[in-house]
Design a binder for this molecule. Structure first.
Ligand code: C2E
Ligand code: CA
Ligand code: CA
Ligand code: CA
Length: 281
């Protein structure tokens, strides 16, 4: 391998310069949004095939800049983590998600809508009083803790197993539910996952998209879905875009589905209307 001499100037292509410039521009936008609550909450309803209605929703963060336009979360969330403002993103999302649950329950007192899930990042589990501060937000909004669901990725667990476990145990004892996010994309350590109190396992959309009508894969998928069921965890498939995918999941016994076929992520008022309509209200 070639060694760089000290003081060798970096040979930067225009593309690299462009990428660095965009990254820095986004970092500025994210920093400003973190200071000024400049993010937006979207909610993507989650469908239950057996209940035939939306039973929950995922909170997804949106960020738009006057000059840069809408910035995809896959681009700004890693930057928010790097510049140390991800806990501001989560706090914002948590506040808005709890406010949504509160207003939906107030408007529909007999609803069977379960609640909203919020994405947590691996890097924030180092915060000592994380559980207490999250529970304080839930309490301030006057909603049952069971209406809050926390989405955690496998990589977060692997990065910080003890902190995640302690957080989950504290929160679970208060009734908060947990969703294991992006299952199938990481190096699954099944024993760690199964020891933790996950209510739902979210099968990454890449898994659904890679399966076809191959009967072996139907069996595999069904085994996966029912296997989690045996362990007391429900399977949810992400990225459901076509009626064929929905029918496939139905045959596999995967009850919970999330995807563009049912609904895109929506602003809160539109999500509330979609959920209410599915409940026949
Ligand atoms: P994720 O947690 O896996 O969220 C699901 C992503 O799949 C969302 O992308 C959603 O819009 C998209 N999606 C849902 N159904 C379909 C479908 O049928 N087809 C396709 N093609 N896509 C579908 P989004 O909103 O762009 O978010 C991307 C990622 O950014 C999320 O992936 C999550 O990792 C991260 N993210 C978003 N909001 C937050 C947040 O508030 N906090 C944290 N820490 N991460 C967030
Ligand atoms: Ca998620
Ligand atoms: Ca996911
Ligand atoms: Ca993802």
């Amino acid at each position: 391998s070639r060694k760089l001499e000290p003081n060798t100037p970096c040979v930067c292509t225009p593309e690299m310069m462009g990428a660095i410039h965009r990254r820095n521009a986004i970092a500025d936008v994210v920093r400003r949004a973190a200071e000024q609550d400049g993010f937006t909450l979207n909610l993507q309803p989650i469908w239950s095939e057996s209940a035939r209605r939306f039973v929950a929703a995922e909170a997804l963060c949106r960020l738009t800049d006057d000059e840069l336009g809408p910035i995809p979360p896959d681009e700004f969330i890693p930057i928010a983590e790097q510049i140390g403002v991800i806990s501001d993103v989560t706090r914002f999302m948590l506040e808005r998600a709890c406010a949504f649950v509160r207003s939906y329950r107030d408007a529909h007192p007999s609803t069977t809508f379960h609640g909203v899930s919020v994405n947590f990042s691996a890097v924030q589990f180092i915060q000592d009083d994380l559980a207490e501060s999250v529970l304080a937000v839930v309490a301030r909004h006057g909603i049952p803790a069971s209406c809050l669901r926390v989405e955690v990725t496998e990589s977060a667990i692997i990065a910080n197993p003890e902190a995640v476990r302690a957080f989950m145990e504290k929160m679970h004892a208060q009734g908060v539910r947990f969703y294991l996010d992006d299952f199938g994309t990481g190096y699954s350590n099944l024993s760690t996952l199964l020891e933790l109190p996950f209510d739902v396992v979210k099968l990454d959309k890449s898994i659904l998209w890679s399966v076809t009508e191959d009967e072996h894969l139907v069996e595999f998928f069904a085994l996966l879905a029912s296997g989690f069921g045996v362990l007391g965890t429900q399977a949810l498939s992400e990225g459901v875009e076509t009626p064929e995918q929905r029918a496939f999941l139905g045959r596999c016994g995967c009850d919970l589905m999330q995807g563009y076929l049912f609904s895109r992520p929506l602003p809160p008022e539109e999500a509330a209307a979609a959920i209410a309509a599915s409940e026949g209200r």
